[in-house]
Design a protein around this ligand. Structure first.
Ligand SMILES: [Zn+2]
Length: 83
């Protein structure tokens, strides 16, 4: 067979059914079950970066988007806008 090169399989988007190469880390946390030092990471392609960020933000989860491979030590709490 031809095609087994040295290239590693690139990481792909975390969005269901998306096969695009990831370009972003979506770092998030569920404050109800995760402490502030806990960081969950989804991978996102360019097209789904905002989708995934908004998906989490809509649930009041703190979320920080960084370039692929750039990790964060923690995800800051969301500034509450509720009065
Ligand atoms: Zn995607």
């Amino acid at each position: 067979m031809i095609g087994f090169g040295d290239a590693e399989t690139p990481p792909t988007c975390s969005r269901a059914e998306c096969r695009e190469a990831a370009a972003w880390n979506v770092n998030w946390r569920n404050p109800r079950i995760h402490g502030p030092e806990r960081v969950k990471v989804w991978l996102a392609c360019d097209g789904h970066r905002d989708f995934l960020r908004d998906y989490l933000a809509a649930r009041d989860f703190p979320v920080v988007v960084t370039p692929l491979g750039e990790t964060v030590a923690r995800v800051p709490d969301v500034e509450s806008t509720a009065s």
